[in-house]
Design a protein around this ligand. Structure first.
Ligand code: 3MF
Ligand code: MG
Ligand code: MG
Length: 416
């Protein structure tokens, strides 16, 4: 039987083994990246449909302080993560925001994004684009208020994850009408943004739509980033130029797609403005695991794409610390290790881009080998067939770079 660890000694054990892992970056290095820590991720208590909370509550000021210590320079929040539904749009809101501004300033942290919670409160049971005009009028006020909060806290980005914009039964709502109604709310938010920007001489925000294929509803009306791009270009928005997307890695994986391809489609549309980073499994629910714990190779490839296209928006750590992690562990292990895996993968992506073998192979593939303008398919195939083996070689090379094998790491014991 291994020796049991006294509860008083468990933190010391976690500290010692965390240090023994090595591979961590200093807060100064971590702050160089546009990485943001969500209030809701840090304060998630582990509750779910079948799960009671395993962690105690934590106040926003403390979250901001802990993120600052780790070296996470940006903070993101839902309106109701910091202001209860009843206090929104009252003088209590101003008071709370003043406290938040103070905490941010004191810790050298900036608010990069504010988002409206339009999924949790019972009022959203039929979605923020429900049939009832009073629900929608309330939704518009809520979104306009989010814009006000964003201006107040100096956030550049606003995210909309509608959550319940969907249904359990088809045939009950008219999807076309619902899309129009949802557009009216986004239009109201963009209008408010223009109004505030004009009044204050500030600039307007980047409004980013986030999709999830299912959960909490069985079917969603805007289930993917592609659907959001189509919605932006549908003609229903009065300010499509102000609206982009916030894909979430796992949300794309959940419906079985290649997240990298979804990101590429947003990139070429010029709409990839914000990115929720995490990890998980295909065709399962939203497990929100920390980046790189499940699909490090896919993550490497995602970051190669983003680096190659010069993506310079935020990387928002939208994950959920697991229920088995304590309040202490959230800031000792969860957040720092997620940031460090991100930075390492980012650096490895840089290595992959600069790798002479991948570069030479890619150049050769792009140069091709057949006669141009030929109408002879067989001749084109014959001319290129040896070249195309390089696809598999590049895939192998990327795994080598991920595992450090290109630096000569081999398992000698097995070779002996
Ligand atoms: C749900 C999510 C949300 C959104 C958030 C931002 C709670 O799966 O990912 O996180 O990211 O609402 O608007
Ligand atoms: Mg998200
Ligand atoms: Mg999610």
């Amino acid at each position: 039987m291994p020796k049991s660890t006294d509860p008083q000694e468990q933190r010391a054990l976690v500290d010692r083994l965390t240090a023994a892992c090595g591979g961590s970056y200093s807060p100064k290095v971590r702050r160089r990246f546009f990485i943001s820590g969500p209030q809701w991720a840090a304060s998630y208590q582990g509750q779910a449909l079948f799960h009671a909370p395993t962690r105690g509550p934590i106040q926003p000021a403390e979250v901001i302080e802990r993120l600052a210590e780790i070296g996470i320079g940006w903070w993101t929040t839902h309106d109701t993560d910091i202001i209860s539904t009843g206090q929104l749009m009252t003088s209590k809101q101003d008071q709370i925001l003043a406290g938040i501004e103070q905490a941010l300033k004191k810790n050298g942290v900036k608010c990069s994004m504010v988002t409206g919670e339009t999924f949790f409160h019972p009022v959203w049971a039929a979605s923020p684009a429900a049939e009832q005009p009073e629900v929608r009028a309330y939704a518009r006020q809520r979104l306009e208020n989010v814009v006000e909060i964003a201006h107040k806290l100096g956030a550049q980005f606003i995210v909309y994850w509608p959550g319940t914009l969907g249904y359990q039964f088809q045939g009950v709502v008219d999807e076309g009408l619902m899309l129009r109604r949802y557009a009216e709310e986004i239009n109201a938010a963009c209008g408010k943004d223009h109004e505030i920007a004009r009044a204050t001489g500030g600039s307007t925000k980047r409004h980013c739509l986030e999709a999830k294929p299912f959960e909490p509803q069985a079917e969603l009306i805007l289930p993917s980033t592609d659907a959001m791009l189509a919605f932006i270009n549908s003609g229903l928005l009065t300010h499509p130029e102000m609206v982009g997307v916030n894909p979430e890695y796992l949300h794309e994986l959940m419906w079985g797609s290649a997240p990298r391809a979804a990101l590429a489609r947003a990139l070429v549309a010029g709409k990839l403005w914000h990115f929720d980073i995490n990890d998980g499994y295909r065709l399962k629910h939203d497990v929100d695991i920390g980046i790189g714990l499940i699909n490090p190779l896919d993550w490497l490839n995602v970051l190669v794409l983003l680096r190659s296209h010069g993506y310079d928006g935020p990387f928002n750590l939208d994950f959920k610390p697991p229920r088995t992690t304590s309040n202490y562990g959230v800031f000792k292990v969860s957040f720092p290790s997620a940031v460090d895996r991100f930075i390492t993968l980012w650096e490895i992506a840089g290595e992959a881009i600069a790798d002479p073998i991948i570069q030479e192979a890619t150049k050769a593939l792009e140069a091709g080998a057949g006669p141009l303008e030929s109408k002879d398919a067989d001749a084109i195939f014959e001319a290129n067939k040896e070249l195309w083996t390089l696809h598999e070689l590049i895939a192998h090379r990327l795994v080598q770079i991920l595992l450090g094998l290109h630096r000569g790491r081999t398992f000698v014991n097995l070779n002996a």
